[in-house]
Design a protein around this ligand. Structure first.
Ligand code: GNR
Ligand code: NI
Length: 167
């Protein structure tokens, strides 16, 4: 297992669109394990392959209090969405920035697990928010893109400045 480097906004690679996984093989299982280790080490409650510069449709999520409920989703698809919920979000690719985003309150997701078996999950609350946030990453979308242009400009300049000062 390995902790992988996480891309930071406004890196253009965060806007690449991930391709579907053809076969859930050992290389995908290794990716899932490395993404889990990277997420727990950060620490975060979710991670999309896009954030570690791998442009395949793979996400990991663990919203449990003690980090004991890892869920991996390969080729996730949202089958149903219900209601709206506004929640404060953060992102490991946009460190130190938190803001409110409105998303579906309840979703049904279908995906493949680490063995290539299809499963369906009903999610609500923080788990639903997190899965939607991760699936946006696979489409090249970062949560700050839901904020006003003014906020996006300020966030970009703040993170560019920070990146320069830590070189
Ligand atoms: O660790 C994370 N916390 C979080 C909080 C609210 C909504 C979404 C998230 S996901 C984030 C980790 C991350 O950047 N995943 O892409
Ligand atoms: Ni994120």
């Amino acid at each position: 297992m390995a902790v992988l480097p996480i891309l930071h906004y406004p890196d253009p690679r965060l806007h690449k669109v991930a391709s579907p996984v053809q076969t859930v093989d050992d290389s995908i299982r290794r990716l899932i394990d490395d993404m889990a280790e990277t997420m727990y080490q950060a620490p975060g409650i979710g991670l999309a392959a896009t954030q570690v510069d791998v442009h395949r449709r793979v996400i990991v999520v663990d919203v449990s209090e003690h980090g004991t409920a890892l869920q991996a989703f390969v080729n996730p698809v949202i089958l149903t969405r219900d209601g709206e919920a506004e929640r404060e979000e953060g992102c490991l690719s946009v460190p130190g920035i938190y803001d409110k985003v409105t998303r579906a309150e309840r979703i049904t997701v279908q995906a493949l697990d680490r063995h290539g078996e299809s499963f369906t999950l009903e999610a609500e609350g923080l788990l639903a928010t997190c899965i939607q946030h991760e699936m946006d990453h696979l489409l090249g979308k970062v949560f700050v893109e839901y904020l006003s242009q003014l906020k996006q400009t300020r966030i970009k300049s703040k993170l560019r400045k920070r990146a320069r000062s830590t070189l």
